[in-house]
Design a protein around this ligand. Sequence first.
Ligand code: PEP
Ligand code: MG
Length: 591
Amino acid sequence: MTFSIHGLAVARGIAIGRAVLVASSRVDVAHYFIEATQVDEEIDRVRIGRNAVVDEIHRLQASIAHMGPKEAPHELTALLDVHLMLLQDADLIDGVKHWITDRLYNAEWALTTQLEVIARQFDEMEDEYLRERKADLEQITEKVLRAMKGVASPVTQPANRTLRKKSQQDLLLDDTVDVPLILIAHDLSPSDMLQFKQSVFAGFITDVGGKTSHTAIVARSLDIPAVVGARLSSQLVRQDDWVIIDGDAGVVVVDPSPIILAEYGFKQRQHELDRGRLTRLLHTPAVTLDGQKIELLANIEMPEDAIGAVKAGAVGVGLFRSEFLFMGRQGKLPNEEEQYQAYRRAIEGMEGLPVTIRTVDVGADKPLDKSFQDDAHLNPALGLRAIRWSLADPAMFLTQLRAILRAAAHGQANLLIPMLVHASEIRHTFALIDRARVELDNRGVAYGPVKVGAMIEIPAAALTLKVFLKYFDFLSIGTNDLIQYTLAIDRADESVAHLYDPLHPAVLRLVAGTIAEGRAQGKPVSVCGEMAGDTTLTRLLLGMGLRSFSMHPAQILAVKQEILRADTSKLAGWAEQVLADDEPGLRVARS
Ligand code: PEP
Ligand code: MG
């Protein structure tokens, strides 16, 4: 039966494929396709992993066999029996074989997929005791996964499966392996998302998350259709269901009828044609009708993204979110050399164009690692995040500063500092930048010049620009956080997403004021939050005087198209009217 789920549109386009349900805690399991010739070896890997856990349980059973009920209570022996039974369950074994043989999933992916299928059956059981066995099943799966880690994968190169283009009718009938897959999870962390850079998935859906949560931002950078905040989707959709993602409308259609499928197939082709047309603008300079040159920069998460940024027509990187180098490493932070090499790769990848590297911004919805999730503090977004974290750990910060300064010897680099608010933080930051230079001098290591900029992303900073303009070479407005902190809306919380409004008068005043004051002082101002890539806001930002936009590369050409049609001399007066409105959104929507 066809039904739809409504969420938040975060990454544009239409994706049509089969659902792959993944428990959030297991997303960091590798997902790739194997070659048909590797099926037996992958099945063997699961078997060896499973046998290792069975042996471990047998050993445990033997060691407690002679103990009394005090040391080895009856519950423990019963539990071990249940675990053994589950490990030998035909559903688990046959299911895993099916995913490997018929779908060519790698062993870990096959195991976790089958776990989801069985877990769903447990959820539906009436009997509470049986329902609770789901936790046992999860435990043994974790154990097998861990045991498998020691069993090297014979697959050195994941199969790069290219999807054959199919008609919608073909898709419905298809049961072969080359059908697009849609990932569905309750939640995905930003570091989970990074794994999908080389993704086998054609789109993804999460139950939670806001439009500018970091998970959504990474999704946009992957440039695949995605919907977040689609509550309960991970419970309502079943493994292997046909699913359509309408990333423009934020809608998920489950089990579509042939008519709906045909309609979305048409939309999908239309979308591809529109994108194809935009590529004609690739080499057109971004200049408005009245001759204003506009700088279009890219936001990137990893050094390798620089190549895509150049291809997309960016004239530089306006925001390299360096924290992604720090995430998902079980707390082991990258050392100076590793960071230096990463920044250098990004700089060299940009082929002489400038790269603005933002110092690490972890905390809030960007935990270093899943195990570092900040549950201890009530308001992590207001806590030890970004520059506050860096200043609290000067050795870590100095390591990063030295690495960036060294990389700056290989091309144009700028340093960008996030979340500043106090003059004392600014002074402290500059003192540490000086110290990093001295340390490199003392070691006789070469480094390059950098311009230093501040992110304006806290209202207090936007209201006290004088001190920022005194110290910094340029400003970059982080509208994602500026909106969050101005409106007191958690950007990652879908339940208040309808109140997260870039067009709130207070937000617009802070943005416009920052652009105007920066320009008046002759200091470059850029916007690097998601507002910069939103084509419905391009004209307004131009009217406010913005001349530098930084966004994820996939949006650059669409924004350029808006710029080519704009006349800033006319937009300035209109932007003033918008700023004076009580409900600017209405005027912008009408225009
Ligand atoms: C912002 O806050 O707008 C920004 C660009 O930084 P981030 O999204 O990484 O917090
Ligand atoms: Mg920010």
